[in-house]
Design a protein around this ligand. Structure first.
Ligand SMILES: Cc1cc2nc3c(=O)[nH]c(=O)nc-3n(C[C@H](O)[C@H](O)[C@H](O)COP(=O)(O)O)c2cc1C
Length: 362
């Protein structure tokens, strides 16, 4: 198969996967209105074509929390990547490092955070922390992430409970017996049951581990545990972004979890302008959800994001062709971004501003 765009990788991945994996990766919660909104919100903005500017963008280098990365496209955390391809998180770690960009490693990884780090020494990695009931697990994971060279911690705050992803429930997603939630091995949390149609084993297991009563006080406590920057993932409201800043966070990822949590909510792009306006000068604002083309990244940068994150696209690359597929997806998005910048007259990725976009609909 010839891979010309991200969707080509998606189609190949679907061919490779059993239906239960496609249900886990592609599904959204409830009516999937949020999932659809992610693409609609991006389509609500148009790029201005500017000519004869003489600008030819050559570098996309972006500075995040004191480190230069090669482009403003980074990898959102996604759980259980060895379900997607046997090389899982290790392949993603190598591909992200080869591309010089950040991999945010999920707490729910099928390789331990130390193994993911050892797979690609020198790579830029952040670690996503879950809101575990047992604060001792959080404390220990923070120390392990620091020791393994992770450069930021990403508490995932949009998942106090796991929303019902109907396709996943119907297909009965669970971890195959040969895979494990590797980061939890030291903590004796039991194992996730296998899948049975009509029941998500993931949802049951997480229900027992997660604390739905986590609050801003706990985030303050988390910020006090480490000197690493805390980047809160799953914010969709300017007041919450302000609260994150007040609690000590240095960044937010505006996200609805790829349409997998609150159904019928907004897209990151819907709230990005007001969040950027409110806290953009004091903290780093990132977004995710529905990014499939370089033009989507350009719109996010224009509306105030420092970088855009992708979830499913690199899982599709992984499912289609392993490490090569993840590299292929990242290269396509990078090249599309450069093309869009050239054709809209943007020379420098760090100087993209709202004048690049215009709202199509209100
Ligand atoms: C299969 C899958 C697993 C995910 N697992 C996690 C996770 O473990 N932690 C987390 O913070 N977000 C998780 N997410 C959400 C992603 O980090 C991200 O917010 C979302 O995928 C972005 O939308 P996109 O898939 O449209 O790019 C997951 C998403 C998918 C599709």
């Amino acid at each position: 198969m010839t891979f010309v765009n991200v969707e080509d990788y998606h189609q190949q991945a679907i061919e490779n996967w059993p239906g239960v994996v496609t249900a886990y990766i592609d599904g959204g919660s409830g009516t999937e209105a949020t999932l659809r909104r992610n693409r609609e919100a991006i389509a609500d903005w148009q790029l201005r074509q500017r000519v004869l500017t003489g600008h030819k963008p050559t570098a996309l280098t972006t500075r995040l929390f004191g480190h230069d990365i090669s482009m403003p496209i980074i990898l959102s955390p996604t759980g259980f990547q060895m379900v997607v391809h046997p090389s899982g998180e290790l392949a993603v770690s190598r591909a992200a490092a080869a591309m010089g960009t950040v991999m945010i490693v999920s707490a729910a990884a099928t390789a331990s955070l130390e193994e993911v780090s050892a797979a690609a020494p020198g790579g830029h990695r952040w670690f996503q922390i879950g809101l575990f009931r047992d604060r001792g697990i959080i404390q220990d994971m923070v120390q392990r992430a620091e020791a393994a060279g992770y450069r930021a911690l990403v508490p995932m705050v949009d998942t106090p409970i796991l929303a019902r992803r109907e396709a996943e429930v119907r297909a009965g997603f669970g971890l195959p017996p040969d895979l494990i939630w590797a980061n939890l091995i030291p903590y004796n949390t039991g194992t996730m049951a296998g899948g049975t149609p009509g029941q998500s084993a993931l949802s049951d297991y997480i229900g027992a581990l997660w604390d739905p009563e986590f609050t801003w006080k706990d985030i303050e406590w988390l910020c006090g545990l480490t000197r690493l920057p805390i980047v809160m993932k799953g914010v969709l409201d300017a007041d919450d972004a302000q609260l994150a800043l007040d609690a000590g966070c240095q960044g937010v990822i505006l996200s609805n979890h790829g349409g997998r949590q609150l159904d019928c909510t907004m897209a990151a792009l819907d709230v990005l302008p007001e969040v950027a306006d409110r806290v953009g000068s004091s903290m780093t604002v990132l977004i995710d959800g529905g990014i499939r083309y370089g033009t989507d990244v350009l719109k996010a940068l224009a509306l105030g994001a420092s970088a855009a994150c992708i979830g499913r696209p690199y899982l599709w690359g992984l499912g289609a062709a392993g490490e090569e597929g993840v590299l292929g997806v990242l290269e396509i998005l990078r090249d599309q971004l450069l093309e869009a910048m050239t054709l809209s007259g943007c020379g420098d990725v760090n100087q993209i501003d709202p004048s690049v976009v215009r709202k199509t609909r209100t």
